[in-house]
Design a protein around this ligand. Structure first.
Ligand SMILES: Cc1cc2nc3c(=O)[nH]c(=O)nc-3n(C[C@H](O)[C@H](O)[C@H](O)COP(=O)(O)OP(=O)(O)OC[C@H]3O[C@@H](n4cnc5c(N)ncnc54)[C@H](O)[C@@H]3O)c2cc1C
Ligand code: FES
Length: 392
């Protein structure tokens, strides 16, 4: 069944127009309603969709109001649907790059029995309108000094990586770009033709190493740096060493790493990089799958706490108490904080804590720098004291 758009809108003093969702099952029925100041729901029309690889489709979108969607390469959109009266949110990374592709696009792989991916691939048509949260995410190019950018991706994890590689090659000056991809076979390589073109266009700057785990008889692996292999610790170490990315001194102008793929693949890659002496601050990860959400932490004092949320200068107050997360308490109070994965993996729910103490049970997305700047994930964050947060 397709999405249903329904439900009333209420005005709440101090919050502007707020959609009160009894069970978080409704949707906005027109216009860009402000659910909290600064938090617009965006309506996008499907401008085109096309086959990208096995079981994978690219969906090109444009804002219905004719505006230009502002986003950064590597970020994602969180789509909002209602299926059978139940709100469902899913995030999809941009496969496009601003300033390079005329319109934004996402690239969706069909997940077996997947609720939303199957809907997007099998039922969404050109001209349909979808609703989503504003672009979000921290999987963007590192802003620091110029250095080699190394991307390690598997399957649909190639989506944000492709967006970033286009930005690195076309919009940065001299940086070298190295890409290691893992796919099952030739037909499941996302953006294969564009990657091949870029390898020809930037011979001195872009190196793509393409691994196929089961290419099948007669499959083509030649014409590229292609191998039949499955990436593991030893092979990743060997490949990185062979590509001269360390610059002779692992301490100087060290490369920056971007990882996106299934959970096991990401764990293997992070483990290998740590063994090679790469610092956590030089690794960015984008997790598509929430495998596990830890239970509430053990807190010495579980008294109710006050949360003051600063949204564009207006203070919104609500109470929270263990074992409820800050996000869940806000939602229970009818305050529409943004979220997507609810599992500490995507960063949509991030807020800056300017006073008090928040305990997070997991963090797969905020960097050391983000943490030092006070960012917290409200979906896995528990107030240990009264807290004051600023919505990012
Ligand atoms: C920040 C972020 C960016 C993302 N970007 C993309 C993207 O660019 N392209 C894309 O195709 N997906 C992307 N995803 C994954 C996407 O949001 C959905 O999780 C995915 O499409 C499955 O949703 P579903 O409703 O079809 O399946 P569900 O009904 O949620 O899940 C069905 C089953 O499949 C499992 N499952 C969920 N996701 C995956 C997966 N990716 N691989 C294997 N098993 C899975 C679930 O655990 C569940 O058991 C992203 C996720 C996040 C958090
Ligand atoms: S909603 Fe994804 S990290 Fe909180």
């Amino acid at each position: 069944m397709g999405p249903v758009f329904l439900g009333p809108v209420f005005f709440c003093p101090g919050l502007g127009l707020l959609r009160l969702l009894g069970d978080w099952g409704g949707r906005f029925d027109g216009g860009n309603w402000r659910i909290l100041a600064g938090m617009n729901i965006i309506r996008l029309r499907v401008a085109a969709s096309f086959f990208a690889a096995t079981d994978t489709v690219t969906i090109v979108v444009e804002p219905v109001d004719g505006s230009v969607l502002e986003y950064r390469a590597g970020q994602f959109l969180t789509f909002l649907f209602v299926f059978n009266g139940r709100e469902v949110r899913r995030s999809y990374s941009f496969s496009s790059t601003p300033g390079i592709d005329p319109l934004p696009s996402v690239t969706v792989k069909k997940v077996a029995n997947g609720e939303v991916s199957r809907y997007l691939i099998d039922h969404l048509k050109v001209g349909d309108v979808v609703e989503c949260l504003p672009p979000a995410g921290k999987f963007v190019l590192d802003e620091g000094e110029e250095r080699t950018q190394v991307f390690v991706a598997a399957g649909s994890g190639m989506t944000p990586v492709f967006s970033l590689i286009q930005e690195a090659l076309y919009r940065r000056s001299e940086e070298k770009v190295v890409l290691i991809t893992q796919n099952r076979d030739w037909n499941s390589i996302l953006f294969r033709d564009r990657l091949r073109d870029m390898a020809v266009e930037f011979p001195g700057r872009f190196r793509w190493l393409n691994l196929l785990s089961s290419p099948g008889l007669g499959s083509v692996v030649s014409g590229l740096d292609g191998r039949v292999a499955r990436l593991n610790n030893a092979l990743l170490t060997e490949l990185l060493d062979s590509m001269e990315i360390w610059g002779g001194d692992r301490g100087r102008r060290r490369p920056f790493f971007y990882l996106c793929g299934p959970p096991g693949f990401m764990r293997m890659a992070v483990f290998t990089l740590r063994l090679l002496g790469v610092a956590d601050q030089d690794i960015k990860r984008e997790n598509f799958v929430v495998e596990y959400v830890p239970p509430p932490p053990v807190l010495a004092d579980t008294s109710p706490r006050e949360v003051v949320l600063d949204v564009e200068g207006a203070a919104v107050r609500f109470s929270t108490q263990w074992p409820s997360t800050i996000l869940q308490s806000a939602l229970d109070n009818g305050i529409a904080l943004p979220y997507s994965c609810k599992g500490g993996r995507c960063g949509t729910c991030a807020a800056r804590c300017i006073s008090g103490k928040v305990r997070m049970t997991i963090n797969e997305v905020l960097s050391e720098k983000d943490l030092a700047e006070g960012l917290v994930l409200t979906c896995v964050g528990y107030a240990e004291t009264d807290v004051e947060l600023v919505l990012e």
